[in-house]
Design a protein around this ligand. Structure first.
Ligand code: NAP
Length: 547
C-alpha cells in the first residue's frame, strides 16, 4: 500500500476503516477491479464471502464443471505477462484448472493483501451528507468508502427447491454451487440429481461414469449440443500464444464476446442442403459456434428457429436409444437457443446406460423428500446422495441478499421489485456512487463474461479517474437516462425469441416465486453496448449528474 493509500485507510470509530472504494466480491470482476483501482492509486478493500479468490470458480466445484468458452478466450487479456506465463491445458478448461489460474493471478498481482475473506456484506447504506457508503459485514465489521462497486456475479445467489421434507433427507445432499472442497465419492452410490440446466448436464454426464444408480429428476429439458473438448497440444499452444491479439479482437467484435461469428444470412433464405451442411459442421465443431456462430436470425425469426430446432431434435433422437426417453429429453415449450444452451460430452448417451433413469416431473411430480430419498406421485426413489442442480436467483438475486439503501433510505430491492431499472446496467438512479459491474441490463450479463467484465471495469476505472481529476465526489444516473436505457433494454429484448421464453434471463425461477419476470440481461450485444458506454464517457458522462 502506498503512503497515500495508507493515509486514506485510516481508522474511524464510527464507521470503521475508510477507503476510496469498497468492492463486493473477489471473483473475476472484483479481482480485476481491485488491480485497476490500485493502479490508479486508490485505497481499496474487497469483501469476499468465500475463503479465497475465484467467485463462481471457487464455489462451483461440482464434478464436470468446466468452461463452455474456449479457455484462451476466457482468461484476462489485460496483461501481456500474464498471457505469456499461463498455458491452458484443455480447449475448455475444467474448474480445478480455472481456479488454479485465478489463484495464479491473485499471487502474481499480490491481490490478497487487499481482500478480506470470510466476510459477507449484509448492509450498505449511502450517507448523503458525506457522499460515502457504509458497509457492515455479517460479523459486524464496518467500513466506509466514497464508492461501492458490486462484483457479486450474475449467477451466485443459488436457490434450493421449496420441496416439502427437504431437510429430512438422511443421506448426503448438496447444491452444486456449494460443493464441499473435499469432494464427494460417488462410486457405487445411489444418486439423485434435480435440475437439468447447464450445471445439471455437466454433473450428470460426469458422475454417470461411476455411480451405482443415477436418477435424474427433470422438469423442462434443454437443447444441448456437443462441447468437443480436447487437450491443447504444444503446437496449438504456440499458435494460441502468437494470436492472442486476434483472439481478443474477434471477441470484441462479436455480439456475445465469443470467438464465434454468426453467418449474416437468414436461415430460411439458405438452400436446405447447404443449411443442413452448415448445421452438421457446427454440431461437429467445438464450443458455442452452434449457438453464437449460427445464422444471424436463428434467435429472432420463428421459422429459422423452428428449422434449427428440428435439426437438434433429430440429433437427440439419433443419440438416445429408447424413443420414449428421447421424447422426454426434447423440450416442447421453447425453441433451440432461446434458453442458454448447455454444452455436453456424451450427455444424451448417459440415458442409454442401464443404471440411469430419467423421471419426467411433468408426468410424475415430486411430492416430498423423505429421510430415504425422493417420493414422487408414482414411487419412492431411495438415494444415498441427492444433488440440487436447481440454479440461481439470477442477476438481481445477489443484490437482493444485501440490504442496499440509497438516497432517502430507499432500498435497491424495493426499487427493483417490478424489474431492474438502470442506466447502462452500471448505475441505478437514487444510488449515488454505487457501480454495478455485470449488473442487470448490462451487456456483461449475456457475454463470454471476462471479456465484458474487462470492459465494465475499465470504464468504471476511467470514470473514477475522471471524477478524481475534476474533484467530483458524487455521481448519480439521472432518472431520464435510466428511463431511456431501461426502455431500450426491453425494446431490444422484445426483438429476440429469448425474451419470449421463460429462463433465468427473464427472471423465471420456480424457487423464487415472488420474483417479477422481466428481461434481466441486455440483448443488444457487446459491441453496441461498448460504443454506447464510450460515447457517454466522451460526452463528459452524459446521463449522469456529477457533483
Ligand atoms: P438453471 O439453468 O437455472 O437450471 C436449473 C435447473 O433446475 C432447471 O432444469 C430447472 O428446471 C430445475 N429446477 C429448478 N427448481 C426446481 C424444482 N423446484 N424442482 C425441479 N427442478 C427444478 O441453472 P444452472 O444449470 O445452474 O445454470 C445456470 C447458468 O449458469 C447457465 O445457464 C450458464 O449460464 C451458467 N453455467 C455455465 C457453465 C459453463 O460455463 N460451463 C456451467 C454451468 C452453468 P426448469 O428449467 O424447468 O425450471
Amino acid at each position: 500500500m502506498s503512503n497515500a493509500q495508507q493515509q486514506s485507510a485510516t481508522s474511524d470509530a464510527a464507521s470503521g476503516e475508510r477507503y476510496d472504494a469498497i468492492i463486493i466480491g473477489a471473483g473475476i470482476a472484483g479481482m480485476y477491479q481491485l488491480y485497476r483501482l490500485r493502479e490508479l492509486g486508490l485505497s481499496v478493500r474487497v469483501f469476499e464471502t468465500g475463503t479465497d479468490v475465484g467467485g463462481t470458480w471457487y464455489w462451483n466445484r461440482y464434478p464436470g464443471a468446466r468452461f463452455d468458452s474456449e479457455s484462451y478466450s476466457y482468461g484476462y487479456s489485460f496483461s501481456e505477462d500474464l498471457l505469456k506465463e499461463w498455458d491452458w491445458s484443455e480447449h475448455f478448461s475444467a474448474q480445478p484448472e480455472t481456479l488454479r489460474y485465478l489463484n495464479f493471478v491473485a499471487d502474481k498481482f499480490d491481490l490478497r493483501k487487499d481482500i478480506q475473506f470470510n466476510s459477507r456484506i449484509s448492509t450498505a447504506t449511502f450517507d448523503e451528507a458525506e457522499d460515502a457508503w457504509d458497509v457492515v459485514t455479517d460479523d459486524g465489521t464496518t467500513a466506509r468508502a466514497r464508492f461501492l462497486i458490486t462484483a457479486v456475479g450474475p449467477l451466485s445467489a443459488h436457490t434450493l427447491p421449496n420441496i416439502e421434507g427437504r431437510d429430512s433427507f438422511e443421506g448426503l445432499s448438496c447444491h452444486t454451487a456449494r460443493w464441499p472442497k473435499e469432494g464427494i465419492d460417488f462410486a457405487g452410490k445411489r444418486v439423485g440429481v434435480i435440475g437439468t440446466g447447464a450445471t445439471g448436464v455437466q454433473v450428470i454426464q460426469e458422475i454417470a461414469k461411476t455411480v451405482g444408480q443415477l436418477t435424474v429428476f427433470q422438469l423442462q429439458p434443454n437443447y444441448c449440443a456437443p462441447l468437443h473438448n480436447s487437450k491443447i497440444d504444444s503446437k496449438t499452444q504456440a499458435e494460441i500464444h502468437a494470436s492472442y491479439p486476434e483472439i481478443f479482437d474477434k471477441c470484441r467484435a462479436s455480439h456475445g464476446g465469443f470467438i464465434h461469428q454468426p453467418d449474416p444470412r437468414s436461415a430460411v433464405e439458405v438452400p436446405a442442403e447447404e443449411r443442413e451442411a452448415i448445421w452438421e459442421k457446427l454440431y461437429s465443431e467445438p464450443g458455442f459456434g452452434i449457438w453464437m456462430g449460427n445464422f444471424a436470425d436463428v434467435l429472432i425469426n420463428e421459422e429459422s428457429n423452428r428449422l434449427m430446432t428440428e435439426f437438434i431434435v433429430k440429433k437427440i433422437r439419433e443419440r438416445v436409444k429408447d424413443p420414449e426417453v428421447a421424447e422426454k429429453l426434447i423440450p416442447k415449450d421453447h425453441g433451440f437457443g432461446t434458453r442458454r444452451v448447455p454444452l455436453e460430452t456424451r450427455y444424451y448417451e448417459v440415458y442409454n446406460q442401464h443404471n440411469v433413469e430419467l423421471i419426467d416431473l411433468n408426468e410424475n411430480p415430486i411430492e416430498r423428500i423423505t429421510p430415504k430419498g425422493v417420493k414422487t406421485r408414482e414411487s419412492e426413489y431411495e438415494l444415498d446422495i441427492l444433488i440440487y442442480a436447481t440454479g440461481f436467483d439470477a442477476i438481481t438475486g445477489s443484490f437482493d441478499r444485501i440490504e442496499i439503501r440509497g438516497e432517502g433510505g430507499k432500498t435497491l430491492k424495493d426499487k427493483w421489485a417490478d424489474g431492474p431499472r438502470t442506466y447502462l446496467g452500471i448505475q441505478a438512479a437514487g444510488f449515488p456512487n454505487l457501480l454495478t459491474l455485470v449488473g442487470p441490463h448490462n451487456a456483461a450479463t449475456f457475454c463470454n463474461i471476462p471479456r465484458c467484465i474487462e470492459q465494465n471495469v475499465e470504464w468504471v476505472t476511467d470514470l473514477m479517474g475522471y471524477m478524481r481529476d475534476k474533484k467530483y465526489t458524487r455521481i448519480t444516473a439521472t432518472k431520464a437516462a435510466e428511463d431511456e436505457w431501461t426502455k431500450h433494454v426491453y425494446d431490444i429484448a422484445s426483438l429476440t425469441l429469448l425474451s419470449k421464453t421463460p429462463s433465468w434471463f427473464t427472471g423465471a425461477n420456480l424457487n423464487v416465486p415472488e420474483k417479477k419476470q422481466t428481461f434481466l440481461a441486455y440483448a443488444g450485444g457487446s459491441p453496441a453496448y461498448t460504443s454506447k458506454c464510450d460515447e457517454v464517457a466522451a460526452n463528459d458522462y452524459e446521463g449522469f449528474a456529477l457533483e
